[in-house]
Write a new protein. Structure first.
Ligand SMILES: *[C@@H]1O[C@H](CO)[C@@H](O)[C@H](O)[C@H]1NC(C)=O
Ligand SMILES: *[C@@H]1O[C@H](CO)[C@@H](O)[C@H](O)[C@H]1NC(C)=O
Ligand SMILES: *[C@@H]1O[C@H](CO)[C@@H](O)[C@H](O)[C@H]1NC(C)=O
Ligand SMILES: *[C@@H]1O[C@H](CO)[C@@H](O)[C@H](O)[C@H]1NC(C)=O
Ligand SMILES: *[C@@H]1O[C@H](CO)[C@@H](O)[C@H](O)[C@H]1NC(C)=O
Ligand SMILES: *[C@@H]1O[C@H](CO)[C@@H](O)[C@H](O)[C@H]1NC(C)=O
Length: 290
């Protein structure tokens, strides 16, 4: 899908807006129904689904697989937006290039009472460069994930639901590579469970994760490839990650006292002037390619 063009000033404003992400805490409330799966509720047990709803698909109404869950049995740090973003940094995923939305947003219904609603965001492979690496992903393609949080009052687990995939480069309009959903999922999991754990370059916070899988009835048993965007199939496995924090590094403490705090997603060593300069270069390059 082509990226919309953005003026440099709009891009800079988006970056600054991203920097204002706030902390939201969500208690885990367990109920008999919807079905508790240990760290999340199964969306299909309460009117939701594992497939997203993509926009402007051909034919209409196709979706993409939600294929990774970060369980609410993870460390409490992961239950804050900052903790989730910091963990993503440790997997080398960060906010999209200069705040671009990353194409059309997709909707999902996690069966938590919030119904179909837009993704909370999209994080891209940053190639180990938390500042501008995702711009490289925008041109070259690679891994990304859209994410939603299961925090509606009907199934308030606090778990994160990720639709991970591997996409082609900009010239190929960011189509999904053959088998790109399963490949994207497996890459996220491969990084997460790497021996020795993972470390956020922004905070030096360190993590370890365990993975288990879920599939079959209640997952993708009833989903056919013809319902999936780009006609790319899936083996139907959802990987469930449970993440522990092994050290907080230099990260500021998260908790009730930090509920008004904000943490920038862009390293502070990058000045606004640098961001604007890069935005201009990026838009110039987009202009050549598109
Ligand atoms: C979801 O995002 C699309 C743009 O991708 C926007 O047009 C739409 O208004 C959004 N829906 C909601 C409920 O925010
Ligand atoms: C649910 O989680 C999303 C993502 O963290 C957040 O933006 C939203 O405010 C949360 N909603 C509630 C009711 O806490
Ligand atoms: C992370 O740790 C390294 C090595 O100890 C140190 O040089 C660096 O300043 C630390 N960075 C942060 C953000 O804490
Ligand atoms: C799912 O888990 C089972 C049992 O742990 C394992 O045998 C199987 O290989 C796993 N499948 C995938 C796709 O990871
Ligand atoms: C999903 O598949 C299962 C087993 O094949 C079947 O029992 C169930 O009725 C199907 N549900 C729907 C909504 O098609
Ligand atoms: C990390 O910090 C959080 C508060 O932000 C705290 O609850 C947790 O115990 C700390 N974890 C470690 C391993 O120090």
């Amino acid at each position: 899908m082509p990226r919309p063009r953005m003026p440099a000033t709009t891009a800079a404003v988006c970056v600054l807006a991203l920097a204002a992400t706030r902390v939201v805490a969500n208690p885990v409330v367990r109920r008999a129904s919807p079905t508790w799966e240990g760290g999340y509720y199964n969306p299909t047990s309460n009117g939701g689904q594992w497939l997203t709803a993509a926009r402007d698909t051909y034919p209409a109404g196709l979706g993409e697989p939600i294929n990774v869950v970060i369980s609410s049995e993870s460390d409490g740090v992961l239950m804050f937006d900052e903790g989730f973003f910091d963990y993503s940094q440790s997997l080398q995923f960060s906010a999209s290039c200069l705040g671009q939305s990353g194409g059309l947003e997709q909707e999902a219904n996690l069966g938590d009472g919030n119904g179909m609603h837009n993704q909370s965001g999209l994080l891209r492979e940053n190639f180990g460069d938390p500042g501008f690496g995702t711009c490289r992903e925008t041109f070259e393609g690679g891994y990304h994930y859209r994410f939603w949080r299961q925090n509606g009052t009907a199934a308030n687990s606090g778990a994160w639901f990720l639709a991970a995939s591997q996409e082609q480069d900009l010239a190929a309009q960011h189509d999904i590579t053959p088998n790109g959903y399963d490949i994207g999922r497996d890459e996220v999991v491969r990084r997460a469970v790497a021996s020795g754990g993972t470390k956020s370059p922004l905070t030096n916070r360190t993590f370890t994760a365990t993975a288990r899988n879920a599939s079959g009835i209640g997952y993708y048993a009833n989903v056919s490839t013809s319902e999936i965007n780009h006609g790319v199939g899936t083996d139907g496995v959802v990987m469930i990650l449970t993440v522990k924090v092994t050290s907080n590094g230099s990260a500021p403490s998260l908790g009730a006292s930090s509920s008004g705090a904000s943490q920038t997603l862009v390293p502070s060593r990058f000045t606004l002037a640098q961001l604007l300069g890069t935005a201009a270069l990026t838009l110039f390059a987009v202009g050549i390619l598109v």
